[in-house]
Structure formats: C-alpha cells, structure tokens
Design a protein around this ligand. Structure first.
Ligand code: PHE
Length: 452
C-alpha cells in the first residue's frame, strides 16, 4: 500500500468515504430512472438481470476503480497512467479517463435537467398546486412543465449553480457535508412512502410486477439497458469512483466498503420501485409511461395520504439532495484533472466545466419543446445523451477498466490495495479478465447487430 495522499485532500474516515460514494451512487438513477426503465422493460425479468449485473460486473469493477484511484491518489487519467507504468503497461490506458470525463459532461447535461424537474416539484408541493390531483391531472401537469422552456431553464440553472458551488468548495467541506445529512433522511422518507404503498390495493400487483420472472419479457435490449444501468447507478465506467477512491484513507478495506455501497444503492432502488409501482397499479396508470413515471405517480399518492403535502415536500427535497450529491460526483473527476494537470484553481476549474455542461444542458431541456424536432437516430438530444452514456460509454469504460485491472496490473500491486483472501482474489481476477468483459462485449455486440 502506498502512503501518498491526493493534493485534493482526503475523506475524514472510512465511513465518510462510504457516505460520499453512496451519495454519488444513490441518485436519480435509483429513484427516477430505475422504476421507469423497469416499467418499460417488463418488470421482474429485467430486475433479475439488473441484480445479476450488479453482483457479477458492477461490484468487481467498483473494486478495481477504488484501488486504482487509491493507489495513485491522482485524478483518473493520471491514476491510470501511474498504475499502468508501475506494472510496465502502456500509458494509453489513461485514455479511459478521458472518455470518462466526456461521459461525465454528457450525463450531467441531462441529469441537471431532470434534477430541475425535481426542484420544480418541491415548489409545486409547497404551494399545494398539486393537492388531490387525479392521475390524469398529474400527467397533464408534467406535460405542461416539459412544454415550458423558461421554467425548465430556471431550475436547470439553479441546479447547475448548486452543483458547481459544492465542487468548488472542495471535497471535505462540500461533498461530505451534503452527504452526511441526506442519506439517512432519504431512506426514512422512502420507507414512509413504501409504508403508504403497502396500504394501497395495488401493492400485490406492484410486487408481482417487480419480482415475477417472466423470461418472455426479456429482450436483448432489456439486457443491455439492465447492464448499462448497473454502471450508471453505481457511478462506474467514467472515473467517478476512481476519483473518490483517490481520497480514501489507507486503512479501509476496499472489498467490504464496496459491498456496503453496492448493497445500499440496490436497496434504495428496490424500495423506490416498491413505493412507485403499487401507486401506478392502484390508479390504473401505465408502468411503461417513461421518464415521467415518478412525477406522474407520486403526486397522486401524496394527494391521498395523511400529511401528504408535508411528505411530498420532504420527498422531493430529498430526491433533490440525492441528485445533487450525484451531480457533483459527475464533475469531480474533470475538476480534479484540471487542477492537477493545468494547476488551475478549484473554483476556476469548477466554473469553467460547469458553464460547459450547463450550456449542453440547454440542448437537453429544449428536447422537450423548442428543438423537439431535432433528432439523431430517431432520438432527441436528451434521449440520445442518456442512451449513449448509459448503454455505450459507461459499459465500454467499465470493460476497459476491467481488462486493465485483470490483464495489465500486476497481482502484487492489486493485492497490495485490495488485501482479499486468496479465493476471493481469484474470483475477482476471473471477473476482471473474463466475466465482466465478456458480458459487456456480448451485450454491446447485440446492440450494434440487433437480432430481428
Ligand atoms: N449513480 C448516479 C445515479 O444513480 C448517476 C451517476 C452516474 C453519478 C455516473 C456519477 C457517475 O443517479
């Protein structure tokens, strides 16, 4: 194990690293995206494939990202280069970090738009505009929001500024504080929502939808989306976890820590699904309604439950914070790179990057209104950026990190950081060398050459 520390600082303790990495992992991916892609891809079979991907591909790759970051204690590009050189590998592996930065920029641009919807819903819940809405009214209200570029612009801008400000404040003051308070609170609120969902007559249908395995529902596209989402939800394949790993203390065990993060992230996604689907079925809504699913279903539930307005405000506040702690982690690898490589000030680097992603976000928010007719491969800008990052760039980044960790990095260096028992280390190596790359390669192959 090396005794270096990152110039950016380090987490105060192992617990803070878990919190921060979980803060990055748990976000819109769990609460907004997971339920709606489960709905679009037929339910149980999709959920099962997703869980298998988390365990067989996501967790092992997360271990690789953490150890590479912690070994080098530098931004992802330089970390990959250093670790490659130590094992006499090519410096070109650093290019994975470059693609990762681009993924971060693309993801942030649509992420911040969706987070903007969340902020808008805080306001709507506060003012009581959505009190006692029917499912039709909730659907219409969401549609009206998407059709209103000025409102979207305000919230997107506010959210972008919030994220830039935290990254500019640095890892200790900014990221730690945000995460420490929000994680437990979000979880409690989700449990309250789950409790409410259990009282609706859609609960059995919701559980059945999520956990009933029906292989006929499974298409290659669903497998691709499940695999892609396992990267997205764990913040893998783009250097975020590598950057966070570079601030991790020497003492913490990587294996246990990563398991804890993976488990927390999965539990939040499943609880979010269990809270949302019963409401969908109880109100005869369509589980495949797409990206508005959460925004069209939950206000109906809040309208019906006791203290619904209060819980509604709290819920959207917490989802907003969850999105916030993820959004900052999308910027962190690039900001760390700019600071280390070009000796920029953290504040300037954050503002520079932040302005760029904010501008790209304009194209995403316009996708629902002014530039909705601009499409690429049949997708608007928002959908395109979501699709290519989650389904192509993150899995590709992940595969390359796995190949790097499995074939290039010498065992002694990997073990020096991971400190796994012999058996677990062997399993991890098999995953890096074969399971993870092969799984991702097969799925990407079917994406490029779909079976008709
Ligand atoms: N994991 C985050 C979520 O689920 C999104 C994210 C992806 C964050 C990649 C950082 C890196 O919302």
């Amino acid at each position: 194990m090396t005794n270096k520390t990152s110039i950016q600082g380090s987490w105060a303790s192992r617990w803070i690293f878990i919190l921060a990495a979980t803060g990055s992992a748990v976000g819109l991916g769990n609460i907004w995206k997971f339920p709606y892609i489960t709905g679009e891809n037929g339910g149980g079979a999709f959920v099962l494939v997703y869980l298998v991907c988390i365990v067989l591909v996501g967790i092992p790759i997360m271990m690789a990202e953490v150890f590479i970051g912690r070994r080098a204690r530098k931004n992802p590009i330089n970390a990959l280069v250093d670790v490659a050189e130590e094992s006499e590998g090519s410096k070109k592996w650093g290019l994975i970090g470059l693609m990762g930065m681009l993924s971060g920029v693309f993801i942030f641009s649509f992420y911040s738009v969706v987070a903007g919807w969340v902020l808008h819903y805080i306001k709507v819940m506060l003012t009581g505009e959505m009190a006692n809405v029917t499912s039709e009214q909730a659907g219409a209200a969401f549609g009206a929001l998407l059709a209103d570029p000025a409102t979207l612009l305000i919230w997107h801008t506010i959210f972008s500024i919030m994220s830039i400000a935290v990254v500019a404040a640095g890892i200790n003051k900014g990221i730690e504080t945000a995460t420490r308070i929000m994680m437990p609170a979000l979880f409690v609120l989700l449990l309250i929502l789950l409790g409410y969902a259990m009282t609706t007559d859609g609960f059995a249908a919701g559980v059945d939808f999520m956990f009933h395995f029906d292989a006929s529902q499974l298409s290659w596209n669903a497998v691709l989306v499940a695999l892609g989402h396992s990267f997205f939800t764990l913040s893998l394949g783009m250097g975020t976890i590598m950057a966070y790993g570079s601030y991790m203390t020497k003492k913490a065990s990587i294996g246990k820590t990563v398991l804890a993060i993976g488990a927390l992230d999965t539990i939040v996604a499943l609880v979010a699904g269990l809270a949302i689907f019963p409401i969908i079925f109880a109100n005869n809504m369509d589980p495949a309604a797409g990206s508005g699913l959460m925004f069209m279903s939950l206000p109906v539930a809040f309208g019906q439950m006791p203290f619904g307005q209060l819980f509604g405000v709290l819920f959207f506040v917490l989802v907003g914070i969850a999105a916030w702690t993820s959004a900052i982690s999308l910027l962190e690898p690039t900001v760390a790179f700019l600071v280390e490589k070009f000796e920029m000030k953290r504040t300037s680097a954050s503002i520079l990057l932040g302005s760029g992603v904010w501008a790209l976000g304009l194209a995403c928010l316009g996708s629902f209104n002014v530039i909705s007719d601009v499409t690429f491969f049949g997708k608007n800008t928002f959908d395109l950026l979501d699709y290519i990052t989650a389904n192509i760039m993150l899995p590709l980044g992940g595969i390359l990190i796995a190949l790097f960790a499995g074939w290039v990095v010498k065992d002694k260096f990997a073990q020096d950081e991971l400190e796994l028992s012999d058996t677990v280390f062997k399993l991890w190596k098999i995953s890096m060398k074969f399971t993870a790359p092969v799984a991702v390669a097969i799925v990407l192959y079917f994406l490029l050459f779909p079976m008709s």
